[in-house]
Structures are given as C-alpha cells and as structure tokens.
Design a protein around this ligand. Structure first.
Ligand code: VGL
Ligand code: ZN
Length: 198
C-alpha cells in the first residue's frame, strides 16, 4: 500500500526573516528531507495568495494583522501579507528537497477565501483536488509535517481524517505560530478528529 508524506508550506515567508515567520520554522527542513526517503509518494503544499487577498489585514482599512473578522464562512484571522504568488516569500525554503515531490498543490489562490487545508478551502467544502489525487493513486495512509502546526497542518490533518484517511502528524517536524492558545487548541482538535500525534 502506498503511503504519502504531505509536506505543508515550507516557504520563505513562514521561516525566520519571512513575513509570517514561524519561530525555528527552518529547523525542521533537514528532518523532513530525510523523512521523504521513507515514502513512495511525496506531496508538497504551497500557500499561494494573489496580492490583495481577503486574508490580508492590508486589504481592510484600519485592520491590524492578527485581528479576527467574520467572513461568510466563519471567523478569519487577518494575516500580514504573505506568500504572494511568484514572490520570494512564496518560494520553498532553499534547502527543502523539492526534487522528490510527485505533486505540488497550491492553495489560497481564490481571492475571496483563505485555504489553510490542503484538502478544502476555509469554507471546509470547496475541494482543492488533493483527495482525488490520493484516492486515484490508492493512497490511504498519510504522514504530515511542516508549517504551521496550529493552522495549515492542523486543518489539513483534520480534513484528511474526516475524509477517512489514516493520518499521523509528526509534531517534531512541525513548528507552530501559537497565537492566543492556538497550538493547544489545535492539538485537542487533531486528537478529537482521530489524528495520531507521533
Ligand atoms: C498558514 C496562516 C496563513 C500556514 C498559511 O501555513 O499555517 N498560516 N496562511
Ligand atoms: Zn496564507
């Protein structure tokens, strides 16, 4: 049975020096590269927003980064501008071994809605197509690593578990934003969804 490694958002903007830097985000890169060798299938995700995206605080007059607004699909954190399509910040960290990737899935490209998850946009219903890719390859078991534990890794792992995949999150190969208790909330949400924290 084919097992896949899903590597979430190892991009410059989520690493130290980036626009939405996750503390020590770059330190997991060597471990992720090594882990890739144990999987037949490697899939990378890439946060990929158009300029002026609706998840950017700069798109709203007077809004502060890290404030929360109500969108038609629920609460949305307003982020600093990050991972703008084609920018250096959106590029993968230079040390990530992208040659092993079978598939690179981009998300967050719809201007009106954010997409933390590799499977669904933040309305939790609009698919990215990743489920179909995995199913047509006969992949049932997923391991996740990457950035950030409490947002894109959390949402991706919970959606995968909801879809019936067997999901493990390698917490040692993830790093968190940890904003207002979001890491502890995410751990509880992942465990409740049946995700294995390994
Ligand atoms: C992410 C916030 C906004 C992530 C992406 O990769 O966890 N977080 N966009
Ligand atoms: Zn984003």
């Amino acid at each position: 049975m084919t097992e896949a490694l899903l590597v979430i958002d190892i991009q410059n903007d989520f690493c130290p020096g980036g626009a939405l830097a996750v503390a020590a985000g770059d330190q997991i890169v060597p471990g992720i590269n090594a882990l890739m060798k144990e999987f037949e299938a490697v899939i990378l995700t890439q946060d990929w927003h158009p300029a002026g995206h609706s998840s950017f605080a700069s798109s709203y007059a007077g809004a502060d980064p890290m404030s929360v607004i109500d969108m038609y699909y629920g609460p949305q954190v307003l982020w600093p501008d990050h991972c703008v399509q084609g920018s250096h910040g959106a590029a993968f960290h230079k040390d990530l071994d992208t040659t092993r990737a079978n598939m690179i899935i981009r998300k967050g490209y719809n201007p009106a809605i954010d997409s933390y998850s590799a499977f669904f946009e933040n309305d939790r219903t609009t698919p990215t197509g990743l489920e179909g890719y995995l199913r047509t390859r006969g992949i049932q078991k997923l391991t996740l690593a990457g950035l950030a534990t409490d947002f894109c890794v959390n949402y991706s792992s919970v959606d995968a578990a909801r879809l019936g995949f067997d999901v493990t999150v390698r917490e040692d190969l993830c790093r968190a934003i940890d904003f207002q208790g979001s890491l502890e909330d995410a751990r509880e949400t992942m465990l409740a969804a049946g995700v294995t924290l390994g």
